[in-house]
Write a protein that binds this ligand. Sequence first.
Ligand code: HSE
Length: 317
Amino acid sequence: MSHVRLQEVRVFAPATVANVACGFDVLGLAIEQPGDEVVARLSSRPGLRIAAVTGDGGRLPLEPERNTAGVAALALLRRLGRESEGVELEIHKRMPFGSGLGSSAASAVGGAFAVNRLLGEPFPRVGLLPFAVEGEAAADGAWHADNVAPCLLGGITLIRSNVELDVAPVPIPSRLWVTVVHPDIVILTKEAREILPREVPLGTATRQTGNLGGLLCGLHASDYRLIGRSLQDLIAEPHRARLIPAFSAARDAALSAGALGFSISGAGPSVFALCEGEIAARRVAEAVAAAFAAIPLKATPYVSPVNPRGVHVLSER
Ligand code: HSE
C-alpha cells in the first residue's frame, strides 16, 4: 500500500453558540455559518510559521506562540515531538472578533485540525480537544471548551468537565433551528468574564442546574416546550445584558416572534434564539435585527439548523 503525503489541507471551522443560556462554560452548539478557513501546508523551512492572516484588519499576531491557531498547532506538534516539522498556516477570518460567535475557538480548532490532517491524522478528532482549548485560552485567558468542543465535534456538546475535557454529545431534535444575531459592537470575552461574580448563591445554582437538566431532557425527548422553559440564564446574563444595547427589546421581539427561548451567545454581543422550524427561526431573526435597527445598531443575522459535523476539510492535495 502506498501512502501519498498531503501537501496542503484547507478546512472550515464553524461559529459556535457557547453557554446556550443555562450551561455557562459547559454547553455549546455549532452553527452552519459564519466560520473561519485555515490552510496548513508542508514547507521546506523547518518549524511552524504563519504565512498569512486575512480578514482580521491586521489585528492578529503572526507569531505562532501568540496566535490561537498557532498555539493549537504548536501544542499538537510538540506532543508528537515534531516541532521542527516545516509547516505553514494561513488563517482566513470570516467572522468578527469579540462577537460571541467563538471566533478564536474556530481558529484554534482549524489550526489543530488542519495540521493533524496534513500529518496523516496521528490523533483522532476528539484527541485534538486539549490542543484547541490551549489555543483558545491564549486568546481569552480562560480554560473552557464550550466553543472549541462543538466546533471540533459538531452538534450540541456538553462539557462534563473542563479539567478532564470530558465531553458528551447531546441529541439534536429534528425541527430545532438556531437564530443568531450579531450587533455590530465588540465585547472581549476576557472583560465579559471579569464582570461576573466569583460566587453564586445556592438558590441560583439550584435553579440554573434545574434549567440545564431541563434543557438536556428537552433535547433528548424533542420536547420543544421544555427546551423553551429551560432556556434561562441566571448566572451570566443578568450581569452581561447591560453590555448589549437594546438587549431586552431584542429578547421581547424574539419571544413575540415565536422563539422557544433567547439569551446571549457566549460572552456576547451576539444573541441567539432556539426555534422550532425554519419559518419561526427566520421570523425571529427579522424581529431581533429590527429591534437593534431601531436604536439604531447594525446587526447581522445567521439562521441555520445545528451544524452536526463541525470542522471539516474543504479541499486537499
Ligand atoms: N463560556 C464562555 C463565557 C464563552 O461565557 O465566558 C465565551 O467564550
